[in-house]
Design a binder for this molecule. Sequence first.
Ligand SMILES: [Zn+2]
Ligand SMILES: [Zn+2]
Length: 302
Amino acid sequence: MKFCVLGTKAGGAPLTSKHTSATALILGSETVLFDCSEGTQIQLLRSKISRPSINHIFISHLHGDHILGLLPLLTTMNGDRRTAPLHIYAPSGLEAFVRLGMSIMDALPLFPIHVHTLRTDETGEIATVKGHRISTRLLEHRIDSFGFRVEEPPHRNIDIEKVRAFGIEEGAIIGQIKREGSTTLADGRVIHFADIAQPERPPKVFVYCGDTRKCAATVFLAKDASVLLHEATFRDDMSDKAVERFHATSTQAAEVAREADVERLFLTHISVRYKSGLPILREARKVFPASFLAKELAMVEV
Ligand SMILES: [Zn+2]
Ligand SMILES: [Zn+2]
C-alpha cells in the first residue's frame, strides 16, 4: 500500500506551485482516490497514476477545494471509453452535483457511476477494495465532512528458510499450500501454511481525514494507524481561528496523532498564507515527533 498526495494546500486561488486536496492510495493494480480538487487530472498525469486504475473515489466533503476536479475527471473517463463501473462514496448532495453537472454538459456517463451517499451516523465498513476494508466516521467541519480508514487484509509472507528446511523445491507445491492451506508431500508428510509462513504482522492502516477540527472521531478512526494524513490549515497561534473555521492547527493535528498512537503523521491542507510549511512541521514535532509535511507527488509506502 502506497499513497501519493496530489495537493497539499487549503482552498484559495490557484497557484502553479501547489494544488488543493486530492490523494491517491495505490492498492496493487487499483487506485483509490480521496477527494478530487481542481487540477487532480494534471496531478494524476504527473504522478503517472492511470485513470483506468481508479474504480473507487471517496469524497470527504463538498467544499470546492475537494470536489471541483470531479466533473472534469468523469468527463475524461467518458472520453477514455471506460466501461468499468465507478463507485463514489460521498456526503449527501454529491449525487445531484454529478448527475446535474453531467447532464448540463451533455456528457451523460457511458459507464455506470454508483454514488453511495454516506449517512452522518455511519460507523462501520462501507467498502472493500482488493481485500482492504474501508470504514468512515463523520468529523467536525462547517458542513458534513468524513474521514476514511483503510485496513490491509491479514497477510503472511512465506519464510524461505522454513521452506528450505522442509526440502521443498517446487514453486507449484508452495503455490498449492498458499491456495489450499496445506498439502501432502510424496513421502506422506503434511505441510500446513503456518509451517512455512512468517509470523503474522499487524495490518497496515492508512487514514485520510477531510477538513476537520480536532475531534474524538479522528482519534477513533486513526487508532493505531500506520499513516494518518490530517489537515493542519493553521499554525498554533491561530487556534481561535481554527475553531471558528472548523479547521485544525499544527499542534491539534499532532495531538490527534499522539492520542491515536499512530506511527506517522503527514500534514496537509496548509493555508496559502504560509510561504513555507516548516514552522507548521516544527510545531507538530514538539507534540508528535513522527510528523512530516505531505509532499505533492511523493510516493510513500504506508
Ligand atoms: Zn478544504
Ligand atoms: Zn472544507
